[in-house]
Design a protein around this ligand. Structure first.
Ligand code: JFZ
Length: 457
């Protein structure tokens, strides 16, 4: 809470904690898929023996001695080669569905400015490539058909647009140019919303430059217009800022979006950090690449268990977890991504009820065994750290309104014995409940103990 509330003309436009069906659906997604696809898929982080070491989707901004001669021009002409003949949106959507994703965030246009839909407002778009077809439409239709909600990623910042500049426009000429850029941005946003009415949300990015930050009057009115026309649309906190340049939270600490959109390759340490706000974390499989990266050697690749851990940690704190895929130039996922999608899907097949529609188990203290999630009177414990004696000891406050009654393993449906452990001492504020795991439980994955809670009489 701020010390004192100041007069803000361009503060948050969002009512705290929307309770409409679209937002309730967002709260129950649990798992999402991010897809970064664009011209950067063609180099895949390398060009004629030169290796780029930044994030693969940033390759156009390649600098330093390893950069190929005339790189920006080479990059800006890659669209002439964009022909993903293996692309089949239905295949991706089926894979996402099997993996357990409930929503997808798709890059309609990244920082390079190349649009994957046939926008009327720029020639730098997919209709000018050998592929020609509207990729955004194929994605929206295929994912919607699988029951997966679609969110569109949209970068405001553009690296090769003559009207774009990073710094605040100063001369009349610059103001005019940037004014045209703002109009263009507005046109593209409404073009997307109009073309693809199934879209549930917009995921804005590239909104940190001074040019955009200083255009708070324009962006305030634009957000207002979007929200007036599409009241159910979900927009995170990364769209605009107030007149003091405050992003995500305005100068009165009000969230400037329907959810916290700051958790990029990071997670809050504790649910208390969220102050009750909705949020999602977006995560790469390689350390920091969002676009296709051909060579996965010599860097840490998150394992399926790493990913399950990050997902369970997110949902245990009321957040969604969104896993990124960077398909190649032909339209195929990286083999490493296919493997993770398969393994995560197998896990979700068995354990999904611990992920969807769950909330933070606020009555139960954090546990070193793994993560708790809760749905009504059902408590899920996803075990990552299996105790040496196979005896899971639940700590339950003596003030708790519910206590564990019965338990079973999701992996095979086996009922597990629960016993009170009388290890308490005088003045102890906790009760202890022991759950005995079967000795022959063999798995190389985290596993879920489903616990039914009884109300304390
Ligand atoms: C942005 C992009 O630059 C990147 O290429 C990718 O698309 C990613 C999802 O988003 O990168 C960011 C944006 C915001 C933060 C960090 C990286 N942030 O708020 O910390």
């Amino acid at each position: 809470k701020p010390e004192k509330i100041i007069d803000l003309k361009y503060g948050s436009l969002v009512k705290a904690y929307r309770s409409d069906a679209a937002m309730e659906a967002f709260r129950s997604y649990g798992l999402g898929q991010f897809i970064h696809w664009g011209l950067y898929a063609i180099p895949g982080n390398e060009w004629e023996g030169h290796i780029y070491t930044g994030a693969s989707e940033w390759i156009r901004s390649w600098g330093g001695p390893s950069k190929p001669e005339g790189w920006a021009t080479i990059y800006d002409n890659l669209y002439k080669k964009f022909d993903p003949t293996d692309f089949d949106a239905k295949r991706w959507a089926k894979q996402a569905k099997k993996m357990g994703a409930k929503y997808v965030i798709f890059t309609t246009k990244h920082h390079d400015g190349f649009a994957l839909w046939p926008t009327k407002f720029s020639d730098y778009n997919v209709s000018k490539t050998p592929y020609k077809k509207d990729i955004v439409k194929e994605i929206v239709d295929a994912y919607t058909a699988e029951g997966i909600d679609v969110f569109l990623y949209f970068s405001v910042m553009e690296w090769n647009n003559a009207n774009y500049m990073g710094s605040k426009p100063k001369t009349d000429d610059e103001r005019q140019k940037f004014g045209r850029f703002l109009e263009y941005t507005r046109n593209q946003i409404f073009e997307l919303l109009n073309n693809y009415p199934q879209v549930r949300g917009l995921w804005f990015d590239g909104t940190w430059d001074e040019s955009w930050v200083s255009s708070y009057d324009y962006t305030y009115n634009l957000e207002k217009e979007i929200r007036d026309k599409y009241p159910r649309l979900i927009m995170g906190s990364r769209f605009r800022n107030d007149e003091f340049g405050k992003r995500h939270f305005d100068s009165n600490e009000q969230l400037m979006g329907d959810y916290e959109q700051v958790w990029e390759r990071k997670l809050p340490k504790h649910v208390g950090w969220l102050g009750g706000n909705d949020w999602e974390s977006v995560m790469t499989i390689t350390p920091g690449d969002w676009g296709y990266t051909k060579n996965w050697n010599n860097m840490y690749i998150k394992t399926s268990n790493d990913i399950i851990g990050l997902m369970m940690k997110s949902v245990s704190m009321n957040g969604n977890f969104v896993l990124n895929f960077g398909p190649d130039a032909l339209g195929n996922m990286h083999p490493g991504e296919d493997k993770i999608a398969r393994e995560l899907g197998e896990w979700m097949e068995v354990n999904r009820e611990a992920v969807y529609g769950v909330r933070n188990a606020s009555e139960f203290p954090d546990t070193d065994y793994g993560y708790y999630t809760q749905k009504g009177n059902t408590l899920y414990l996803t075990v990552f750290n299996r105790p040496i004696d196979d005896l899971i000891r639940l700590v339950v406050s003596k003030d708790a309104k519910t206590v564990p009654a019965t338990a079973k393993l999701l992996i095979d449906g086996r009922i597990l014995d629960i016993r009170r452990a009388d290890i308490g001492f005088d003045g102890d504020k906790d009760n202890y409940f022991d759950i005995k795991l079967p000795e022959n439980l063999k798995t190389n994955r985290p596993f879920v103990v489903k616990i039914n809670l009884d109300a304390v009489k």
